[in-house]
Design a protein around this ligand. Structure first.
Ligand code: AMP
Length: 176
């Protein structure tokens, strides 16, 4: 079987209207994960510009970002580091606040998650407003990481999330 195209992966993504609240079109990636060929293909497309040896740490964002980032780290023979919601990491952390539609949220990383100068590939499943990924990128910078790219399986273009990620190379596999 040939490797799947982005269009084929897109066809497997399930749109759930009004989840978790009215007006949100939730992009359900579980059908992609459940299909061995599509899951492997999605990871391959996410890491396409990179080779083993070219990335020190893949940083994944809580929670669906972990799934792709861990698989990417394995394939690139890189380490993995999590960006988690505040209060979940057990050791000393640095934290970053960001704006939500209503209110604020905070993400955290362990203080020793990255070696200074580490070449980082930052991965999440989906770019919406960019608040989460820009907070994650700020944490990586604070820890001295060098962000090679911020990669997403899905980008919701109409939300202009890239505006919050100015100064970083941003790539998405599938855009709506
Ligand atoms: P944002 O901070 O607005 O870019 O939101 C990105 C985060 O929220 C990602 O970690 C996504 O997993 C999640 N997210 C936001 N909007 C959606 C959506 N329509 N479908 C699925 N996940 C979403």
């Amino acid at each position: 079987m040939p490797h799947p195209t982005a269009a084929e992966i897109e066809r497997a993504i399930r749109n759930i209207p009004d989840f978790p609240k009215p007006g949100i079109q939730f992009k359900d990636i579980t059908p992609v994960l459940a299909d061995p060929r599509l899951f492997a293909g999605a990871v391959d497309l996410l890491i396409a510009p990179f080779q083993p040896g070219g990335v020190d740490t893949v940083v994944g964002i809580d929670a669906r970002g972990f799934i792709f980032a861990a698989a990417a780290a394995h394939k690139l023979r890189a380490g993995f580091a999590p960006v988690r919601k505040k209060g979940k990491l057990p050791y000393q952390t640095i934290e970053q606040d960001y704006e939500l539609e209503y209110g604020r949220a905070t993400v955290a990383m362990h203080v020793d998650a990255l070696k200074p100068g580490a070449r980082v590939l930052l991965i999440d499943d989906l770019l919406a407003t960019g608040g989460t990924s820009s907070a994650a990128a700020a944490l990586v910078k604070k820890l001295g990481g060098n962000i090679l790219e911020i990669a997403f399986l899905i980008e919701l273009k109409f939300l202009n999330g890239r505006q919050k990620l100015k100064g970083f190379p941003v790539r998405s596999v599938i855009a709506y």
